[in-house]
Design a protein around this ligand. Structure first.
Ligand SMILES: *[C@@H]1O[C@H](CO)[C@@H](O)[C@H](O)[C@H]1NC(C)=O
Ligand SMILES: *[C@@H]1O[C@H](CO)[C@@H](O)[C@H](O)[C@H]1NC(C)=O
Ligand SMILES: *[C@@H]1O[C@H](CO)[C@@H](O)[C@H](O)[C@H]1NC(C)=O
Ligand SMILES: *[C@@H]1O[C@H](CO)[C@@H](O)[C@H](O)[C@H]1NC(C)=O
Length: 85
């Protein structure tokens, strides 16, 4: 079964990436994406909870490897199921 991402979560993540200067937008389906570009895969990750549903919510965002990010973009608060950053 193909996993898809909640549309509001996907839009928020895309906006956050844009603010951070990370060019992975539009990330239509981050929860179903396995092939992140090498540099992103090394420095960051996106975690989702699907809970038996085909539509997944973004629950974890790890950008530990990007030492240059200092801003908390307002769109981050649109990720309403985020439990860890
Ligand atoms: C974030 O949520 C606000 C309020 O619901 C909405 O107006 C805005 O378009 C959202 N932004 C993104 C990037 O999803
Ligand atoms: C952070 O570093 C990444 C990788 O070099 C770059 O793509 C991004 O634009 C930088 N972001 C900021 C806010 O400096
Ligand atoms: C976050 O990603 C880094 C690699 O950038 C990894 O070393 C670290 O274990 C990750 N942390 C979590 C909580 O997943
Ligand atoms: C990404 O992580 C590598 C180490 O895996 C590090 O050398 C590089 O500076 C990091 N990139 C950014 C933009 O922080």
């Amino acid at each position: 079964q193909q996993q898809s991402t909640d549309a509001s979560d996907a839009a928020a993540l895309s906006a956050v990436f844009q603010r951070w200067g990370l060019r992975y937008g539009p990330t239509v389906n981050p929860c179903g994406t396995r092939d992140w570009p090498g540099s992103f895969a090394r420095n960051a990750s996106v975690g989702c909870s699907c809970d038996g549903s085909p539509v997944c919510r973004i629950t974890h965002l790890n950008v530990t490897g990007y030492w240059n990010l200092t801003e908390i973009p307002p769109e981050l608060f649109n990720l309403t199921e985020l439990v860890s950053l």
